[in-house]
Design a protein around this ligand. Structure first.
Ligand code: GDP
Length: 296
């Protein structure tokens, strides 16, 4: 009787030992490595901290799979948590609103905002069969208006004729009128970028958003952006409310940690990624690929 009982207990203990559970020490050691990887991938420090804490709480006590080491098991938990946080996969642009659906492009100068506007126009025309009107509200730099008109030509879509001397809000109104009268499905508004966040830029963008009532407010961010990503995302999100993120320059060396920072601050999905200078260099977002890249 005793033998039989101990035999059964031993069996249970053996099974438990073989499966094992992650100890605090296993988790702490593995998470130290993960922390370094996230920082090297340019994830903003506060985001790294809260992510690591979440994963620590989740990982301690988790069963270790037979085929892996405790360290590998923590990495798997981290990877899965990253994918979940970076997701959803391939959300694309949300066009679920009455025409003309207004898309407002937001971001700092040089982030790839104007190029992305052209890429999105091409994608909507060719993939979604939409009639698209592009308009530049960048009254600071006449060259930016010309650039958008050229991109529109190359994308095979219309652009709003340039009228010198108009303010961004006036251009937005004119663009809306044109989009309605012309029976366009989508109006893409490119806003002025600055080298850094400033009050004047934010006030202007908020004024334009109030007039144009965009369905999508897309924040365009260069994948190379480091700790700044949080400041930029927070500023735009507080002022106008970001509905989606476009990550550019994912064709470069950057590991793309900015994606995680942006998601953490805005909660908005990463809708598309830019992978080159050409107009067709725009791809769906796959969280598992970016998670792998961030972890290195
Ligand atoms: P904006 O000031 O934010 O409107 O930036 P632009 O759209 O003018 O882009 C700045 C530069 O970045 C241009 O030379 C673009 O060709 C380039 N660019 C934009 N997106 C990408 C991308 O996804 N990959 C690469 N390699 N270059 C890009």
């Amino acid at each position: 009787m005793f033998d039989a009982l101990s035999g059964r207990l031993t069996g249970i203990l053996d099974r438990l030992r073989r499966r094992g559970a992650l100890s605090e020490a296993d988790v702490a050691e593995a998470l130290r490595e993960v922390r370094v990887a996230l920082l090297e991938a340019d994830v903003a420090l506060p985001v790294v901290r809260s992510f690591i804490e979440d994963v620590r709480a989740k990982a301690v006590g988790e069963t270790v799979l037979r085929s892996v080491t405790p360290g590998q098991q923590v990495v798997k938990i981290v990877h899965d948590a990253l994918v979940a946080m970076l997701g959803p996969p391939a959300p694309g642009i949300d066009l679920n609103a009455p025409a003309p659906v207004v898309i407002l492009m937001l971001g700092l100068q040089g982030s790839g905002k104007t190029t992305s506007a052209g890429k999105i126009a091409l994608r909507l025309r060719t993939k979604d069969r939409k009639r698209v009107l592009l308009a530049s509200l960048d009254t600071q730099r006449p060259a930016a208006m010309e650039q958008l008109a050229t991109l529109a030509d190359r994308a095979g879509v219309m652009s709003l004729p340039i009228v010198p001397g108009q303010k961004p809000v006036e251009i937005a109104r004119r663009a809306l009128g044109e989009a309605r009268q012309g029976g366009f499905d989508v109006l893409v508004l490119d806003t002025a970028g600055r080298l850094a966040i400033d009050e004047a830029l934010m006030a202007e963008v908020a004024e334009v958003a109030a007039v144009a009532r965009p369905h999508e407010k897309l924040l365009v961010v260069d994948a190379m952006t480091g700790q700044d990503a949080v400041t930029v995302a927070r500023a735009f999100h507080e002022k106008v409310g970001v509905t989606g993120i476009v990550m550019t320059r994912m064709d470069g060396d950057a590991r793309g940690g900015a994606a995680l920072s942006m998601r953490a601050v805005t909660g908005a999905p990463i809708r598309l990624i830019g992978v080159g200078e050409k107009l067709d260099a725009l791809e769906d977002f796959h969280p598992e690929r970016v998670a792998g890249r961030i972890l290195g």
